[in-house]
Design a protein around this ligand. Sequence first.
Ligand code: ADP
Ligand code: XUL
Length: 515
Amino acid sequence: MSLVLGLDSSTQSLSAVILDTDQGIVVAGDSVNFGQDLPDYGQPHGYDESGLRGEIHANPLMWVEALDLLLGRMKGAGVDFSKIEAVSGSGQQHGSVYLRSCFDEKLASLSASSDLKSQLAGCLARQSSPIWMDSSTSGECSEIAAAVGGNQIVCSKSGSVAVARFTGPQIRKFFKTESDAYAETGVIHLVSSFFASILAGKSVAIDHGDGAGMNLMNLAEKEWDRDLVNATADGLLEKLPPCALSSTKSGPVSSYFVEKYGFSPICETIIWSGDNPCSLIGMGAASPGKVVISLGTSDTLFAAMPEPRTDPNGFGHVFGNPAGGYMSLICFKNGSLAREAVKKKFDLDWSAFEKEALSATPIGNDGLMMLPFYEPEITPAIDTGGPVFSKEGDHSPEATVRAVMEGQFLNMRAHSGWLGVDPERIYITGGASENDGIAQMIANVFGVPVDRLDVPGSATIGAAMRAAHGTGTDLAELESKFSQPKEGRTIAPEVGAKEIYDGMIDSFQAFIHQQ
Ligand code: ADP
Ligand code: XUL
């Protein structure tokens, strides 16, 4: 038996899965929901909802407390951590944690008789962490782009134009607005490398997958880009951990976890990656050929790439593929955020959302289109101040549900053409992928069958697979065991649907451009 642990710190929860890689089975799993399980932080969806001007931060101590809560809960339920051979993880991308120089020392001397939160609180140079939903740094993006000679150069160096939620512009804002706290910062971690450091008991590297989401890493050299770093903030290079291959081992797990939760002192830690790169692995899409849509808080569309190709509109991104090479990623912020807003408005449950609404309305919604941008959207970069309909009036709950979904997936189709990939199948994952209505909508809009994986939580599974891969297990063997489509759950496109959407795509694009 060969057991590995994968952890996943996403926007709303921290999850764990244990895989038996010999038998190809999931042995255990659990999840802590930040809002429900840690209500004292007042962040019901995993972030502070009172931020102004697009600022969205989360409390890093909530993440840290969640780790103790999750492992304690699993141990209490009988999980024997002493058998785990390796651990790795996945983090929501772009979010950053600002730590004093004492962080490394503190990690090396954590006491198992106390908890992580009380011991690490004093290490924070900034009490909150900007996360991927933050859209408050457009000024900083322009400044960084201007300093290096334009956004084309930022894009060719880092794989993306300067992007508000990316870590570099966020660091620049902190440097400008809280210069004293910036000066006190010894190291800046991503959510992924922060957790990886806690597990390893020392500050560890940022992997090429998540590092590419910072506007700071040179994609070709896979090192920090001096021009981008210098354009971002003074003295930044000394505050960044090194960049490293995603399969890098970071030594045995910290004694804190050995003493408190019974991990083996020789359990190996592998550095973490971002949630989208981990999902690419979990979905069995590490080699080019599969297109994956992840339906989480945001929706993302990604695929492995043999060579980096960039989005001419500047909305899409290129990241490092944890298995080597590159991956594309397009993020649609108004994913579950928009679906939940409609569900809440009409007081629906998910099954009403999926069944009644779609069966009561025709494909194409009698010409009613919607731009489902409840929050400022990332792809395309537009702030419509809320959803916009193509026709005025009070729309029924059924027509609104269809409109939000058709709007989301027409928008996805319209903005993924630059990948130059004509998918033959689409693989879906994430919280909303269980919803058959949403799966059917994707099959219809793209005109191809849609599959789901046999195991839930592709980022968490991908993190566990990376732990096994980092300690020598062949990735293709892991994929054959854990990344197989669920039998009998393929959703085929309805006859004639794609043709209706083919006819709508130009008017949908024109509708966006009118805003
Ligand atoms: P994240 O990783 O961003 O935290 P998840 O992948 O865990 O997100 O997905 C969480 C989201 O999934 C929730 O916001 C919820 O809106 C959505 N969700 C959960 N179940 C369903 C369902 N049956 N139908 C549609 N959406 C769902
Ligand atoms: C990707 C992005 C989100 C986050 C949170 O660029 O911003 O997908 O990784 O899931």
